[in-house]
Structure formats: C-alpha cells, structure tokens
Design a protein around this ligand. Structure first.
Ligand SMILES: Cc1ncc(COP(=O)(O)O)c(C=O)c1O
Length: 400
C-alpha cells in the first residue's frame, strides 16, 4: 500500500514557483539573473493598511475569528461589490479566506464530485487545473488564440460544455496573458451560459484594479444579472493593495454555496488571520489613491516591455489590457539554433536557453496550457525590465 495519497499523483508542482527557485539558485551561485517569473507587485503595502494592522494588534484583535470572517470585513466586502461592481451582496453572502487561493479551493471542494467537469480557458493560471484535480473533478480546457487576444469565444465555450460541466472559470484580467474581457465579450459568453442552466461561473477578479488606458473592468454577474444566482464572484487584496503576504481573499455568491465553503474552511484553517482581516478592512474602506498611482506605473512598464519585445527578432507580443503580465509568442523561433548548437524545439527550450545564455528567467507558455509562448511578469523596476528586454533581444538575435 502506497503511503502517499493517490490524489497527489494527479497534481503537478507550480511551474512559476519552480522558475523563481531556479533563478534564486543561479543567483546564489553568483550569476547575474533577472527574475521575471514572480506574480506579485514589487510595491510595499500602503502605510494606512499597515497602521490598521498595528492598531488591531494593540486592541487585542488576536483571537480566533468567525470562520467566514469578521463582520466589519464582510460588510466592507459587500460595500466594495456595490460601489465598484454594482452588485448587491449581503454580508452573509460573503466569505473571507486565507488568500484567493483558499477561496477557489473551498469552492471546488464544496461542489465537485468525481467526474464533474470544470471548463478552464487556456492559457490559464497554473493552480486552477491542479485544484480541480485535487478536489476530484476533471479540468476541460477551452483553447483561445493570440488572434482572439487570448479570450474565450462563445463558440469555444459552447463546445467545451457537456452535461457534466459544473463550473466555468473566468479570470479577467488574466494571469498569464493579461487579457481582459469587455462588457460585450462577457455578454456574448453569458448568452451561452444562459442556455446551459447547469453551469455555474467562478469569476476570479483578482486583477480587477490593474487595467490600462480607457479599458473598463466588468464582471459577469454585473453584465448579466440573470447569472447572479449561479455565480461566485471572487477577489482579494493581494494584487490591488500589494498585500500578497497578508493572505486575504474573498468571494460572494448564493448563501448555500457560501455556507458549504464555510463548512470546508471550518474544518481546515477556520477564520483567516485576525490581524490581516483588520488590515483588509482598511484596504477596502480607506483611501484608494494607491491603486491609481500604481496602475500608472504598471502601464508605463507594460508599454516599455511590449515595445521592446516586439523589436526582438522572432517575438510577437500583443498588448494586454491588464494585470502585470505579457504573453508573447516565440513560435517563429521554434526550429532555430543557439550559437552553441542547441535546437529550440519548444517554449520550454526557449526559456531554458534564455536563462542559460542571458540570465533572464521567464515562464514557458506550456505551463499555462498554451504555447509556444512565454510569460513575463513586469512587476519589477523599469531599469531591470529594460535590461531584461535588451538581453532577450540579444538572445533572439543570436539564434540562426
Ligand atoms: C489569477 C489568480 N488568482 C488567484 C491568485 C491567488 O491569490 P492569493 O495570493 O490571494 O492567494 C493569483 C495569484 O497569483 C492569481 O494570479
């Protein structure tokens, strides 16, 4: 009898964490490495949020909290959904978890039976299929294309849905592509969902506040109110408020689903960290000017990276609407040779050779289910980004 659970054999380690690890190792060995693999803002948490946490400690807010979260935070979440998304959720329709990750996990754990299918548009964030697998479900990938801006089309959605489909996972703006759906694009997908009443939508809106230019963020239950009763709208403070280490994510949806998620969480972690919850209350209720400031910085970096990558031979980089990632294609470089004679056969080869030759760490598209591409996180300084893109240009120029 094997000691480790069978479920483990269905799960892969995170490719994005593996790249960061490899870059750290090379750095420790004295190599000059620029890591563009990390999925977190390089900014510090705003001071007002830090102070709220310090005050919470001083007040003695250091005990267990209710499993679904402290009342002031659930009220702040309900108010946020009304203010920013025009969605009416009562505090009892909300739940707070230890990061957005736990919210997603709880939702799958609370709803998936063996054989249940979850439609995941590719490219996807690496954790969705793994979470679905751990929870006993089956991931069904719906491919997108660079021509469609890496966005799911109604026809591809229709094709992916079967009688066993339980969820569609939406993630806009997307990790890894940065693609974000317009209101019209969401409405067209909603029309397919309206015809398939057994399919629920789990919308991961973690990057809501990072959209650029005049792009207007919308979420599916807002665009199609008829889907409100079968949508879980998930979000968190990690990316918008530079709070990745505080571990606070949240969601809102129908009370029965929230209660089921509360049940899972109650036997797992119970309530999220009390101090981090008070910090999140301040993040959501306090001044929001931090967001606009950082958005402007990210937009400048996006424009720099897209422009420099498109000047690299054989790279084609679309302009993403949001998040802090670009997802260029390296299809034109497949079959080319490095100066040392290594043939680039896959996007995995491309990122390995790039790291070897120039010390730039990016993540291969195949890890996100669509390639040959690679993901660059531009959550780092313009200076480093410029240097990294110069090295990428030099690397692609050296291929023959
Ligand atoms: C699309 C997406 N959803 C969820 C998460 C998880 O967020 P958290 O750090 O709050 O668990 C991430 C983090 O990388 C993400 O990129």
């Amino acid at each position: 009898m094997a000691f480790l659970a069978d479920a483990l054999s269905r799960v892969k380690p995170s490719a994005t964490i593996a790249v960061s690890q490899k870059a750290r190792e090379l750095k420790a060995n004295g190599r000059d490495v620029i890591g563009l693999g990390a999925g977190e803002p390089d900014f510090d948490t705003p001071d007002n949020v830090k102070h709220a946490a310090i005050e919470a400690i001083r007040r003695g807010e250091t005990k267990y909290t209710p499993v679904s979260g402290i009342v002031p935070l659930r009220e702040a979440i309900a108010a946020k959904f009304k203010r920013e998304n025009n969605l009416d959720y009562k505090p009892e329709q909300t739940i707070v978890g230890t990061g957005g990750k736990q919210i997603l996990f709880n939702a799958f754990m609370a709803t998936l039976n063996p054989g249940d299918e979850v439609v995941i548009p590719a490219p996807y964030w690496v954790s969705y299929p793994e979470m679905v697998a751990i929870c006993g479900g089956t991931a069904v990938f719906a491919e997108t294309s660079i021509e469609d801006g890496f966005k799911l089309t109604p026809a591809a959605l229709e094709k992916a849905i079967t009688p066993k489909t339980k969820w569609l996972v939406m993630n806009s703006p997307s990790n890894p592509s940065g693609a974000a759906y317009t209101e019209a694009e969401l409405k067209a997908l909603a029309d397919v969902l309206l015809k398939n009443e057994h399919v629920w939508t789990l919308t991961d809106d973690m990057y809501e506040h990072l959209t650029y230019g005049d792009f207007a963020f919308r979420t599916i239950a807002e665009v199609e109110p008829a889907l409100y009763g079968r949508t879980l709208t998930m979000n968190g403070v990690s990316k918008a408020y530079a709070m990745t280490g505080w571990r606070i994510g949240y969601a809102a949806g129908p009370v029965e689903l929230i209660k089921a998620m509360d049940m899972i969480q109650g036997q797992q972690t119970s309530g999220a960290c009390s101090i981090a919850q008070w910090a999140a209350v301040e993040a959501l209720n306090g001044p929001q000017d931090f967001i606009a400031r950082n958005k402007a910085i990210f937009q400048g970096r996006r424009d720099l990276v897209v422009s420099m990558l498109n000047q690299a031979r054989g790279i084609s980089c679309p302009v993403p609407e949001g998040a802090f990632y670009v997802y260029p294609s390296c299809a034109a470089l497949i079959g080319k040779k490095t100066p040392s004679g290594k043939v680039i056969e896959t996007d995995q080869d491309f990122v390995t050779e790039l790291l070897e030759a120039e010390g730039v760490a990016v993540v291969q598209g195949s890890a996100f289910g669509l390639g040959p591409n690679f993901r660059i996180s531009y959550a780092t300084s313009e200076e480093l980004l410029e240097e990294a893109c110069t090295r990428i240009q030099r690397f692609t120029g050296s291929l023959s």
